[in-house]
Design a protein around this ligand. Structure first.
Ligand SMILES: [Zn+2]
Length: 484
């Protein structure tokens, strides 16, 4: 008996010595069918901190109710005394400037303060927040952890800095994934602002490591909201004001009716008329106190400026003198060159076997403070840019009964979106009613996202899977149905 125990013991010891070999054999990249997935998140306004990783770490955007009330009262009091709006506008500008102090940039496009974002270098499953994620990127990474386990990674970044600098960090992450998983290619899902960041990565480092890329509600073709902001095209339109007020209340029939009645009597025109007077008179001071110091050096926003808005943005933010900001302007020009080279790069990637999908949504009104806010969008960004330049009717309108699409297959059944003009029409999904960056965990949309990121089909064009046609509808719980 004793002898037998001794033999068993010896066997166990012998086995444990060779066990690491077995452990290694568990994952073989050559036979593993899970391609590692990188989720590149979007811009997180509240996701920046000062002194990250130290005891002093604090949210970069600091909103104190006391300061707001104090500033507003001071301004209103001054206005009452002087019978002028100037003191109020100045107080509000100072307040906004103060709230954004710690996200301000230097004139050369670097951070003014020790502000940055939290990084997540390990596989995503090592972080509790991702294992329990629900909405948007958090829901997406949760689904990816379920699907590919330790092959899922999450990329967070400081959204203010030069996309080409962020590209260096994306490259580092991609190379780390390659090293840790043993696979030599990965799939990338880039969400919202992650689109322009990933484009910078592809421009700078190429696509050797990329098997598949999905642009989800992304800025890979820029964004009208940033374009208008930097070009000084700020405006509170009566139609855009109505759109957002109506959309927010349409499920309450009485209020919805009231909104339409208010529109009928011109209430929205009155409000936008007043606001219009304020913005035109105070556009310069708003730029000097707020737009320039807060956003003027934010290279990310410069990257999103549309070609036709480039000169107006130089005129407005840089006061027509780009030579007075030599460092910044050099970086801006590099970003615009990247945007100009985007289509060619994407076509080249397709030719070389990289799989690409573009996903864009529509039918939610945009924030009514800029000229382009009358465009159709997903509540945050415009469908025109997110879809890679489809022809899109303004929010609440159609392209008309007489409209003829170059390719009728590319026209949405409600005649609102025509993909004929988009740069990748065969690779683009258009979903009516889905929110900006969908993918809430456990929904139909999450299933679509999982399919997009993990199916191993050789063909990868929009509609290749009959469950997910080119045009789809989403309800409030992100249940998807074919739109035909
Ligand atoms: Zn693997």
């Amino acid at each position: 008996m004793k002898r037998l125990t001794g033999i068993v013991l010896a066997l166990v010891i012998a086995l444990s010595a060779v066990l690491p070999v077995f452990a290694q054999a568990e994952h073989n990249p050559a036979t593993c069918t899970d391609v590692p997935v990188l989720v590149v998140r979007g811009m997180d306004f509240g996701g920046l901190y000062t002194d990250v990783g130290t005891e002093k770490q604090e949210a970069a955007i600091r909103v104190e109710a006391k300061a707001i009330v104090g500033a507003v009262f001071k301004g209103l009091f001054g206005s009452a005394l002087t019978l002028s709006l100037d003191p109020t506008m100045k107080a509000v500008a100072n307040l906004v400037s103060g709230i954004f102090e710690y996200i301000k940039m230097n004139p050369d496009g670097t951070s003014k303060h020790n502000t940055s974002a939290i990084e997540y270098p390990l596989a995503a499953q090592n972080y509790e927040a991702f294992c329990n994620g629900i909405d948007s990127e958090y829901g997406m990474i949760h689904s990816m952890i379920d699907e590919v386990g330790d092959h899922a990674y999450y990329f967070n970044y400081d959204w203010r800095i030069d996309p080409f600098v962020v590209a260096d960090d994306i490259n580092e992450t991609v190379e780390r994934m390659v090293k840790e998983t043993g696979h030599d290619k990965i799939n990338i899902a880039c969400c919202s602002m992650g689109g322009v960041m990933t484009l910078a990565y592809l421009t700078e480092y190429g696509y050797d490591r990329v098997n598949r890329i999905c642009f989800m509600s992304s800025t890979f073709c820029g964004g009208q909201v940033a374009s208008d902001l930097l070009a000084g095209q700020l405006e509170i339109g009566d139609d855009t004001l109505f759109n957002i007020a109506y959309d927010a209340t349409k499920d309450i029939p009485v209020v919805g009716f009231l909104m339409k009645a208010l529109k009928f009597v011109g209430a929205f025109k009155l409000v936008s008329g007043l606001a219009g007077k304020i913005t035109s008179k105070y556009l310069e001071p708003v730029n000097d106190e707020v737009l320039y110091p807060v956003f003027g050096g934010t290279l990310t926003f410069w990257a999103l400026v549309q070609p036709e808005d480039r000169q107006p943005a130089i005129d407005f933010i840089l006061k027509g003198k780009p030579e007075s900001h030599p460092e910044l302007y050099k970086k801006i020009q590099a970003l615009w060159a990247m945007m100009d080279g985007r289509n060619e790069l994407l076509y080249e990637m397709l030719d070389n076997g990289v799989q690409i999908a573009v996903v864009a949504h529509y039918d939610t009104p945009l924030i009514p403070v800029y000229e382009g806010a009358s465009m159709n969008g997903d509540g945050i960004l415009e469908t025109y840019e997110m879809s890679g330049y489809a022809t899109v009717a303004p929010y609440g309108k159609t392209l008309g009964d007489d409209y003829v699409a170059e390719n009728p297959e590319y026209l949405s059944p409600d005649r609102v979106v025509d993909l004929s003009t988009a740069i990748l029409p065969d690779h683009t999904y258009i979903i009516k009613g889905a929110p900006h960056v969908g993918g809430t965990y456990g929904t139909d949309y999450a299933d679509f996202f999982v399919w997009l990121m993990t199916n191993d089909g050789e063909e990868f064009y929009a509609g290749v899977n009959p469950d997910y046609p080119r045009f789809m509808l989403s309800d409030d719980s992100q249940t998807l149905t074919a739109f035909n």
